[in-house]
Design a protein around this ligand. Structure first.
Ligand code: C2E
Ligand code: MG
Ligand code: MG
Length: 706
């Protein structure tokens, strides 16, 4: 590219025509003098040839072309020529050289013969311009080289044969070669791994020949001097010669190896995690979560096509004895052997799952009568009548089976499961290793949702509800750094009702909003009271359910409570589940962001039991992940759970999240979690949920005995 503005400065005041011409006779620059007189007009965007300048319509250069002559001789040329319109002309041509001394351009001055200026003066002036042009070109080149070298991306220029013409500093650094070692060498043979060479060269050749357009971006692997492979993302552009042919390809490349590895690791750990989160780690059978999902689908199908189905609930009668007498490892192997045998008894279309400990379920979608179900149950009992052979032991594994057949009253997976469970309980109570079929009349009564609902309405007003606080411990220092507020309800007649039961009722009936407000306010007021009493600041974690989060004024409610109680927002942490976020979509994210801005933090509760994609977590303003206690239960004995917890911890650290391990009950669990880098722990090993006064005492304790 010529320094156009620079030339303009010199040429615009000249009364002569001045043109700069390259070795293909293309006019790179000219001023306007004399041109008007000739009547030359160019419509095309191409650069004009020098002969077109003065002889419009002519399409080839004459044999005595003075420009060609200067390129050939490298000497200044002075000549006179006659022009049909302008008459006698005086021509002066000077060479402009590049760094290697070769003539790169010719500068030509043409004046009418009557011009008085002496030829020596004109030559001197033109020489100054030529020298200046040379200098300017050099400066431009140096500047371009400078940019080329300081670029933070690799830049490489290849000629049509794929040879390296230029490689910048970053490129040398990435490839581990010096510029000298590579200039003039074949790019493909020297810098690409063997397997990439053929295809890449073909691709390159097709671009050079114009068979393929030059795409915006591409990726390929390169090989460094010491044999490492780097994945490079390229953006390329071509350089054309004066005939419009591609002469060079200039490419900028960015090393994306690490980025790609991180991405792959995240995807792999997500896939692995999704599998582990939906399967029982020991037997590889679907777990409760996946089973519920499959069951809901089956129920929908059964309803639509008016089909029957049966659910078998199986419970090993003697697992506790086996664990106690032969150890947990044998107990685990018994479970695996049991699952395996059960799987062989059932059809492929049946869904088997392990719900927990010694509880298994089988959903049979084609069992349509009590007789059919009884036959199947007897087959199972018969198979488990003979012992299992595990780890050199002969083990009897009797099993109690409860069966529920779908009926009109059971419209949820939950109902069918509860019915089969209660039948199983009857079979067990009757002595075990037998089956019972659910029948609503003889079932064990369960608490009626409507019954609870009416009591729950007045529970808060009557002072039947209260909070307990469970300590959260810093696993490095052993100090209590926070508490989780847990709601309790003690009914004068019904006794203690578990939060899992009444929170579910409150959720279903919408009472959770008022109850939730009461929990948040009580918890915040308690934390403020601790602050006012001069105790060290700790976080107060409160559980928020999906229904609460969906309230349009949720943020306002929280803010109002903070103002009322005067608690510093940074001491409030909201525990939220994956389901709550998924249910409320973008709105939930917005609400969370707003509250975060106030200083409130968020923890994702029961992590691992929901369905959300791990990659989605990246877009949530979360501070902590709470690994659900079901995953902690079997560490460090169960390899799959160890792998799962380790992968959650690795993932959390890559997402910059703190991890709270819930449900730590034993020292080996604690040691394992500490070794794996879990920062915070919660569980009966440290403390059960306790009353506020008890928390004050625990604040001064070191839970690790440090
Ligand atoms: P969560 O939020 O996961 O709470 C932790 C539960 O684990 C508590 O059960 C706690 O007592 C129990 N836990 C803690 N450490 C251990 C341990 O080492 N072993 C065992 N086996 N369990 C442990 P809790 O109090 O019965 O609460 C059950 C669930 O009820 C809570 O699970 C939470 O989802 C819900 N919940 C409790 N209070 C509230 C509330 O105020 N609002 C809402 N929306 N939900 C609440
Ligand atoms: Mg919680
Ligand atoms: Mg939890």
């Amino acid at each position: 590219m010529l320094p156009y503005e620079f030339l303009e400065k010199f040429f615009s005041d000249s009364t002569c025509l001045i043109a700069v011409i390259d070795r293909h006779q293309r006019v790179r620059y000219h001023n306007m003098h004399l041109i008007d007189g000739v009547g030359t007009q160019w419509r095309s965007k191409d650069l004009p040839r020098c002969f077109e300048l003065f002889y419009p319509g002519q399409n080839r250069c004459c044999d005595s072309c003075h420009v060609k002559e200067v390129f050939a001789s490298g000497q200044t040329l002075i000549r006179e020529k006659a022009h049909p319109r302008l008459g006698h002309l005086k021509i002066l041509c000077l060479p402009i050289r590049n760094n290697q001394g070769e003539v790169q351009l010719v500068i030509e001055q043409i004046c009418p013969a009557g011009t008085h200026q002496h030829i020596d003066q004109r030559e001197a002036r033109l020489r100054t311009i030529a020298e200046n042009t040379e200098q300017q070109l050099r400066r431009e080149r140096d500047l371009a080289r400078h940019y080329f070298d300081i670029a933070e991306v690799m830049m490489v220029v290849l000629d049509r044969e794929g040879r390296i013409c230029q490689l910048n500093r970053k490129g040398c650094q990435l490839l581990g070669f010096s510029e000298k070692e590579l200039i003039g060498q074949d790019w493909f043979d020297n810098c690409l791994p063997q397997r990439e060479r053929l295809a890449s060269r073909q691709f390159f050749d097709d671009i050079i020949c114009g068979k393929l357009p030059l795409g915006q971006k591409g990726e390929n692997w390169v090989q460094t001097h010491d044999g490492r492979e780097l994945l490079i993302s390229w953006s390329s552009s071509n350089i054309t010669d004066d005939n419009g042919q591609i002469s060079h390809l200039i490419s900028c490349g960015e090393d994306i190896t690490e980025h790609r590895r991180d991405h792959q690791a995240l995807t792999e750990s997500e896939t692995r995690f999704q599998y582990l989160a939906h399967h029982d780690a020991l037997t590889n059978l679907p777990n409760r979560l996946l089973f519920y999902d499959r069951m809901e689908h089956a129920l929908e199908k059964a309803r639509r096509y008016k089909r029957q189905m049966a659910l078998f609930f199986l419970d090993l009668d003697r697992l506790k004895n086996i664990n106690d007498s032969l150890g947990h490892s044998v107990g685990d192997q018994v479970l695996v052997a049991f699952a395996h045998k059960l799987q062989q008894l059932m059809r492929k279309s049946d869904t088997l799952a392990r719900l927990s400990g010694d509880e298994f379920v089988v959903l049979c979608e084609d069992v349509n009568s009590i007789d059919h179900a009884s036959l199947l149950a007897e087959k199972i009992l018969g198979a488990f009548g003979s012992p299992l052979h595990v780890a050199g032991h002969t083990i009897h594994a009797p099993v109690s089976i409860g069966i529920a057949l779908l009926d009109a009253e059971m419209d949820k997976a939950h109902d069918l499961l509860r019915a089969a469970d209660s039948a199983m309980y009857r079979a067990k109570k009757a002595g075990g290793h037998r089956y019972a079929i659910y029948d609503s009349a003889s079932s064990i009564p369960r608490r009626d949702i409507f019954h609870l609902e009416s009591h729950l309405r007045q529970a808060v007003e009557r002072g039947e509800t209260f909070l307990q606080y469970q300590p959260q411990i810093d696993l490095q220092s052993g100090r209590l750094i926070g508490v989780e507020a847990l709601a309790r309800w003690e009914h004068p007649r019904l006794g203690m009702i578990s939060p899992e039961e009444f929170i579910a009722v409150a959720e279903e009936t919408g009472q959770i909003v008022a109850l939730g407000d009461w929990v948040v306010e009580t918890a915040c007021a308690q934390n403020k009271a601790w602050q006012d009493a001069g105790l060290a600041p700790i976080t107060m974690a409160v559980n928020i359910s999906p229904h609460q989060l969906s309230q349009a004024d949720f943020s306002k409610r929280i803010q109002r409570i903070l103002t009322k109680t005067g608690l510093d927002p940074s001491l409030l942490e909201i525990e939220i589940t994956e389901t709550a976020i998924m249910d409320n979509g973008e709105k939930a994210r917005e609400t969370m962001r707003g509250l975060c801005e106030l200083g409130i933090s968020f923890a994702l509760d029961d992590f691992g039991t929901g369905y959300s994609s791990l990659s989605n977590l990246r877009y949530l303003p979360l501070k902590k992940l709470k690994i659900d206690r079901s995953f902690i239960h079997d560490v460090p004995h169960s390899d799959p759970d160890v792998r799962l917890v380790s992968s959650v911890l690795a993932l959390a650290s890559s997402l910059d999240l703190q991890v709270v391990a819930e449900g730590i009950e034993t020292e080996p669990q604690l040691v394992f979690l500490q070794q794996k880098g879990s920062e915070i722990g919660q569980g009966y090993f440290f403390s059960r949920p306790v009353a506020a006064a008890e928390v004050e005492k625990l604040m001064s304790r070191n839970f690790l005995g440090l």
